[in-house]
Design a protein around this ligand. Structure first.
Ligand code: PLP
Length: 394
């Protein structure tokens, strides 16, 4: 049996979610059509939207359905910056953390390269935490120039949870817009977007037991990012395209399941995570734990994230050797897999590129068991030795 320890890349779709999606797909009807079938499909979408909003502490009118985290982040970054600078040409600066996922990092860079924005990067401390005061100090350099501040809720590689509430409150006081990529957070942390006071937040279904290709962007009611694609004007004209009723149902059910089981599941996964981390350290292989870690803690590090630095070999070698034994892990972000570059997140935390090369991410989820963890730990010494003997070349 394969040991799947890559739930941060994607996690199995829950069986009852598969059933509900299939059931919804059996009905015909474009939610924008005015006839009976269209209105029935629209009712399904609006019911799902209400449930999604309730899980996130949003209002239904603030939920824009999208194709996933990447699209949500792109609309948030490009759409908000374009809208802000169209209104006031002086507002073209982005304040962004250096540990963002590529779904945020790359749109920011693309805007800068196109001459549409400037960026102030805010780097994290050694455990991956971006200090709220550093973010706000970057804003304070010239608040009138800021089009958007973007800091992710929880990091996909090292699991560090950021202080989004303080950053959001500071941005609000200064009259600047704040986006957070909450893709990795919603399955494992209480996320109340209304209480946190964020303007924009990205969510993705396939990270929490829903289908790939569905997500949402929370957009505060007084904000109107420019659309990236033009068409039928659906979703407040922010995201045109025929509404995906089955996908919306899948996201709503997966979110409801996550919220209902979050406390118990977080405690269960944190115990498995702690066993991965303490077990790897006890092997005496010179392994380091990356990120903030207190055993039992589920507030500063995601309950499902273990990230290791293994000296003297490359994470890619470890990944393939583990895979040959039926154990599936990651070197970091799935979106970077195959690219033999040290992770920008680990580098931003101050590690040397040679050390960062040995990154290994073990991420847990609904199907993870103690047996999975023990099989991983049992395989690790020989795998590390072979990877080191291979010369550690990536
Ligand atoms: N943001 C974060 C933090 C992620 O981990 C991911 C997926 O790896 C994404 C965005 C992209 O989400 P999606 O796969 O739904 O496009």
């Amino acid at each position: 049996m394969t040991v799947y320890l890559d739930h941060a890349a994607t996690t199995p779709v829950l069986p009852h979610v598969v059933e509900a999606i299939a059931e919804t797909m059996r009905a015909v009807g474009n939610p924008s059509s005015l006839h009976t079938s269209g209105r029935a499909a629209r009712a399904v979408v609006e019911d799902a939207r209400e449930r999604i909003a309730a899980c996130l502490g949003s209002r239904p009118s603030e939920i824009v359905l999208t194709s996933g985290g990447t699209e949500s982040d792109n609309i948030a970054v490009k759409g908000t910056v374009w809208a802000a600078s169209a209104q006031d040409p002086a507002r073209r600066r982005i304040v962004a953390s250096g540990v963002e996922h590529h779904a945020v990092l790359d749109p920011v860079t693309a805007l800068v390269e196109a001459g549409d924005a400037e960026v102030t990067w805010v780097e994290p401390g050694p455990c991956g935490l971006v200090a709220a005061q550093d973010v706000l100090a970057a804003v304070d350099e010239d608040p009138g120039s800021v089009a958007l501040v973007t800091v992710m809720w929880a990091n996909n590689e090292v699991g560090t949870v950021q202080d989004v509430a303080t950053i959001a409150a500071g941005c609000r006081e200064r009259g600047v817009r704040f986006h957070t990529d909450a893709v990795q957070a919603v399955a494992h942390l209480p996320v109340d977007l209304g209480a946190a006071g964020v303007d924009l937040a990205a969510v993705s279904a396939h990270k929490l037991g829903g289908p790939v290709g569905v997500g949402a962007l929370h957009v505060a009611r007084d904000l109107r990012p420019m659309p990236l694609s033009h068409g039928g004007g659906q979703e407040r004209d922010i995201r045109s395209g025929t509404l995906d009723a089955a996908g919306a149902v899948g996201l709503a059910l997966a979110l409801e399941h996550a919220v209902e089981h979050r406390a118990a599941e977080s405690a269960r996964l944190a115990a498995l995570r702690d066993r991965v981390l303490s077990g790897a350290l006890a092997l005496d292989l010179g392994i380091e734990v990356t990120g903030c870690w207190e055993p039992g803690d589920t507030t500063t590090r995601l309950a499902n994230n273990a990230h290791l630095l293994v000296p003297g070999c490359s994470g890619d070698s470890l990944l393939y050797l583990l895979d040959a034994q039926g154990i599936e892990v990651s070197t970091g972000s799935a979106c970077q897999a195959g690219v033999p570059r040290p992770s920008h997140v680990v580098l931003a935390m101050g590690y040397d590129p040679e050390v960062a090369r040995g990154s290994l991410r073990i991420s847990l989820g609904s199907t993870s068991t103690e047996d999975d963890v023990e099989r991983f730990l049992a395989a690790l010494p020989e795998v590390v030795e072979r990877a080191r003997r291979a010369g550690g070349a990536a």
